[in-house]
Design a protein around this ligand. Structure first.
Ligand SMILES: Cc1cc2nc3c(=O)[nH]c(=O)nc-3n(C[C@H](O)[C@H](O)[C@H](O)COP(=O)(O)OP(=O)(O)OC[C@H]3O[C@@H](n4cnc5c(N)ncnc54)[C@H](O)[C@@H]3O)c2cc1C
Length: 528
């Protein structure tokens, strides 16, 4: 029996790989779910058009800005269940950090932005595997995920790895931006810019109208029709196939190996339980997996470094306004990806995700303008306003120090941010670059509203036990096995040697798939 810990993207990709190799798999998961009241409301909203939703349904199924304009956390149908800690798991002390781990069924894929890109070979030169080593796995995981995207210039940097593409419906703002970028493509290319329609893990069309996107614009709060990919979906499919055993409410705490067996020490409803099998694949998310490893190795008071892809946000004001954006039927996920490769900024790619109108943005503008909002020509501002989420390679970013400490309540994983002045400098250069390109993009970055976030806020982090060809203490081999262990594989971003700026989850899944497939291969080889 193989055990997989976690039903997030990593755990589900590994389970799928093991099942497709014909192995017997049990998935152990805390598996917190959306509460019944919210699930019933979601289903009610899913069967009706957005124009028929009541004020009460809209208000209680969405996140609201705080008085200072901050959004505390991205919610799912008004619920924070994706961030709830697992009862009796190692407590994580986040200090001032806004990052959170997940103990939910489907993990953080309940709230993610569904932006999809693989990593580029040049951004992973410190990895012990190449992106070609991942190409079969990239293909395999994109069989599990719906992909919306276009055959555009992004393909020059990032292969699509699938032929089954959903066509995204691009908003009027994004269409106008893409038209300007296309007109000035040659100049942008000279300045190291490649752009295209955002690649998203979204099923825009299904078998029936109620199973297809009706562009209600509610994406930021969770899709009422559940069309944004979550690894919950693949879990349901694997369960329906009868080939996966799923055990929820299990909190894994430690792993120990005995010869040809490995044991997961866990608790169920506060009672200790053990699961013993041939191999275990740990995909509990970076912070929980790190806690499980540190406890298993007995590493108290020995800090490990968790790398982060520096996250920053700035508004981009277009010269020309699109009209009636607040009335448009659209999706509100990322609309356009812009990749910058400019030696003056960084030897690595900088990834920018561009968003157009959404209700939270309207709330923010309203909050800032106060009484003036009533008199302000909406189109002139909202029709010109785009928001850019930017990411840097971890080589230029701050990081998080994680230390397992003993406390009266047991072990605590303490997280501390380590900011980077290099990150500030590089982000400044990105803004300058965007300013210089404003003639070609017909858009001006508003530097005064730039926000450079704390480490971890990207949720693109990992690397506390990085993979190495010749691992030593504190590292893993290319099958995610911590130094000295044979049957314990870490399959999430905990094993990433660095974190490129392009989105992380597609590679988390591909690497988990690769590790699981190759590990089964090891056992089959020994049986021959
Ligand atoms: C707001 C937000 C937006 C994001 N947007 C994007 C995006 O657009 N693109 C992108 O690529 N990435 C994005 N991410 C990051 C993405 O969600 C993560 O990379 C991804 O979910 C990581 O998958 P994982 O399986 O490693 O961990 P998780 O998703 O965290 O899943 C962890 C799983 O492990 C289980 N678990 C945890 N502890 C235990 C335990 N002790 N015992 C048993 N089970 C346990 C949990 O129940 C859960 O099933 C975003 C994240 C957030 C929060």
């Amino acid at each position: 029996m193989y055990y997989v810990i976690g039903s997030g993207p990593a755990g589900i990709a590994a389970a799928a790989a093991l099942i497709s190799a014909g192995s017997e798999v049990t998935l152990l998961d805390v598996g917190i779910e959306l509460d019944e009241e919210r699930e019933v409301r979601r289903q009610r909203m899913a069967t009706r058009d957005a124009s028929e939703w009541t004020e009460e349904e809209i208000s209680s199924s969405r996140a609201h800005l705080e008085i200072n304009g901050e959004l505390e956390a991205k919610l799912c149908h008004g619920s924070d269940h994706a961030y709830k800690p697992a009862p009796s798991a190692t407590r994580i002390d986040y200090g001032s950090l806004a990052v959170r781990s997940s103990a939910a069924k489907g993990g953080l894929s309940n709230v993610w932005g569904a932006a999809l890109l693989p990593f580029h070979q040049n951004d992973t030169l410190d990895w012990p595997i190449t992106m070609s080593d991942l190409s079969d796995s990239y293909r395999a995981v994109l069989q599990l995920i719906p992909v919306a995207g276009m055959q555009d210039d992004l393909r020059r940097l990032f292969p699509l790895y699938t032929e089954r593409l959903h066509r995204p419906r691009i908003s009027a703002q994004a269409e106008s931006l893409l038209a300007d970028l296309t007109r000035n493509r040659a100049e942008l290319s000279r300045c190291g810019v490649t752009f295209g329609s955002a690649r998203l893990a979204v099923r825009f069309s299904g078998a029936s109208p109620s199973d297809s996107c009706n562009f209600c614009g509610h994406c930021m709060h969770g899709c009422p029709r559940d069309l944004i990919y979550s690894s919950r979906h693949t879990l349901s499919e694997l369960l329906a196939s009868g080939k996966l055993k799923y055990v929820p409410k299990v909190v894994a705490q430690m792993i120990s190996e005995q010869g040809s067996r490995v044991t997961v020490m866990a608790s169920v409803n506060g009672c200790p339980v053990q699961f013993s099998g041939e191999r275990v694949f740990i995909g509990a998310g970076v912070f929980n997996s790190t806690a499980i490893l540190l406890r298993s190795l007995g590493w108290h008071d020995r800090p490990v470094q968790i790398s982060d892809s520096q996250y920053f946000v700035f508004p981009l004001l277009r010269v020309r306004a699109s009209s009636h954006v607040d009335k448009e039927r659209l999706h509100t996920l990322a609309q356009v990806f812009l990749e910058i490769l400019a030696p003056a900024i960084s030897p690595y790619l900088v990834h920018l995700q561009i968003y157009g109108f959404n209700d939270l943005l309207a709330d923010l503008v309203k909050l800032r303008l106060k009484a003036l909002w009533k008199f302000f020509p909406r189109d002139a501002l909202l029709g010109r306003l785009l928001v850019v989420q930017g990411f840097l390679h971890s080589g230029h970013s701050g990081h998080i120090t994680a230390t397992l400490r003993r406390s009266a309540e047991g072990s605590v994983l303490r997280l501390e941010p380590v900011e980077s002045s290099d990150a500030r400098d590089r982000v400044g250069r990105v803004i300058q670059h965007m300013r210089r390109l404003s003639k070609s993009t017909r858009a001006v970055p508003l530097a005064s509203a730039l926000r450079i976030m704390q480490p971890g806020r990207s949720f693109h982090c990992g690397g506390s036990f990085p993979m190495s060809r010749s691992p030593h203490d504190g590292q893993t081999d290319i099958l995610g096995r911590p130094f000295g262990l044979n049957r314990t594989h870490v399959i999430d971003a905990t094993v990433f040697p660095s974190i490129p700026a392009t989105t992380i989850t597609q590679t988390v899944m591909a690497n988990a798939y690769r590790i699981a497939s190759q590990s089964v291969g090891l056992d089959q080889f020994h049986q021959v």
